[in-house]
Structures are given as C-alpha cells and as structure tokens.
Design a protein around this ligand. Structure first.
Ligand code: ATP
Length: 236
C-alpha cells in the first residue's frame, strides 16, 4: 500500500447553522486520482475548501504527508504543493494568458516549471498566449485555470467541477488533460457533477449526500453499484 499524501479525517464544515460537511474522512494515495461526486449542494466544494484552506472546518483534521496542516493558511498549503483550481475558474480576464501563467508560477517560485512546458501540455494556450484571458472561450479559460495551477508543479491538484458549463467537446478535452496530469505523477482530487466521466478516470470514488459520505469504493465498483447508478449515472 502506498502511504496517503493527503488525509481528510472526520471533517465537519458549518456555515452558521448549516452543516455543509458532516464527519467526512478519506485518504488520497500519492499519484492517485480520487473523485468526490454528488448532487448540487452536497458539500463537495466545501470539502475542497477545507483541504485548500479557504474554509476552516469546525472539526476534523487535514494531513499532508501525515502532518496536520489544518491550521495552515492558504499560501502555506500552496507552498507545500496543495493547489486548488476553484469552481468558476477565477482567472484574471484583463491579463494575458501568459501573464496569468506567470502569476501561477509566482505562487511557488522555486518549484515552478517553464511556461513552454505548459504550452506543450495545453497547445490551445500557446496560440493564445498574448490574448487577454477574457477573450478565451469557457473551455479555454478552464484550461488556463488548470495550467495556472500546473505551472506551480503541484503535488496535489484539487479540481472543482472542471467540466461545468462546457460543450461536450471541451468536456472531452478537460478529461484528457486530467489524464495527462495524472500521468505526470500529480495526485488529483476531482470534484464533479459529471459522475460517470469522473468515475471513469478515477481510481477511487466517494459519493457525498447532504454533507456525508454515502458510498465509497473503487471507481469501477461504484460505476456498477445499483444505488449509485440509479441516483447519479442513469442511462447513458
Ligand atoms: P455545488 O455543486 O452547487 O457547488 P457542492 O456539492 O459543492 O455543490 P457546497 O458548495 O459545498 O456543495 O455547499 C454545501 C452546502 O453549504 C449547501 O447547502 C450550500 O448552500 C451551503 N454553503 C456553501 N457555501 C456557503 C457559504 N459561504 N455560506 C453559507 N452556506 C454555504
């Protein structure tokens, strides 16, 4: 067994009186691809928020390489290689593609990879490097958001609904990129509403229902699990 690079232990996230995440625990092995699936509002983004440091959990522990990082600020987690690609991309539209990448690289300067490596991984960005990011399509902006994280050479990349709102062709491209990232040895935590696609690329899946884990297991088994099929996969 590979030792986990990331551990989420009994994490609880509340917003006022709303319990968004209840007693969620899972491990992410080094180089693995773990997906969290579930309906709108199930708490998926809140789990990533707790892991990335955006949200302070009420209870529970987040560990990186066994070390408790629960109280670390976001920038320290980024420095350690734990990098979030937030839902809605949050790239800087008035800056060029290249400038957005440079900002990503600055977040982890000693580890950053060359911009040219990113253009090799994301050819569509190479052609558009001098354009303002706001001129890119939704799918291209998603690629830029992922590239801006990848240029900082993450150890663990946290992807929050990368396929959301994209055309079928761009959804295919996003999943191809996720497989390439994985092939580079980067550990991936993927939050998706597109459960079938996510389970097809993942090793392990966790299904969140109203803040709690309802099903967990190897992705190939969840793809066949009658309750998961009924609620999240339906007919193809
Ligand atoms: P989505 O796919 O819609 O992002 P999700 O599974 O990622 O859903 P979360 O965004 O984590 O779910 O939300 C879980 C619950 O917490 C929801 O009921 C949501 O309304 C609530 N919530 C999320 N963020 C906040 C916040 N900042 N303040 C108050 N409630 C919040």
């Amino acid at each position: 067994m590979l030792s986990p690079v990331l551990t989420v232990e009994a994490v609880h996230v509340s917003y006022g009186r709303i319990d968004a995440v209840r007693d969620v625990s899972f491990e992410v092995p080094e180089g693995g691809l773990v997906t969290l699936i579930g309906a709108n509002g199930a708490g998926k983004s809140s789990v990533l928020g707790a892991v990335s440091g955006l949200v302070r959990p009420k209870k529970g522990v987040i560990r990186l390489d066994g070390k408790d990082i629960s109280r670390w600020p976001i920038h320290r987690r980024v420095g350690a290689g734990l990098i979030l690609v937030p839902e809605g991309r949050q790239i800087l539209g008035s800056l060029t593609v290249a400038e957005n990448l440079r900002l990503g690289a600055q977040r982890r300067r000693r580890h950053a990879v060359a911009e040219s490596d990113m253009y090799r991984l994301f050819p569509v960005l190479a052609e558009r490097r001098a354009l303002p990011a706001s001129a890119l399509s939704g799918g291209e902006q998603q690629m830029l958001a992922i590239a801006r994280a990848m240029i900082a050479r993450p150890r663990v990349i946290l992807l929050d609904e990368p396929s959301m709102g994209l055309s079928p062709k761009m959804v295919d491209e996003v999943f191809t990129v996720i497989e390439k990232i994985r092939a580079q040895g980067v550990t991936v935590v993927l939050v998706e509403q597109n459960a079938r696609r996510a389970l097809r690329v993942a090793d392990t899946g966790h299904v969140l229902e109203t803040g709690a884990l309802a099903h967990s297991g190897p992705a190939v088994e969840l793809l066949k699990h009658p309750k998961v099929v009924e609620a999240y996969l339906g007919i193809e």
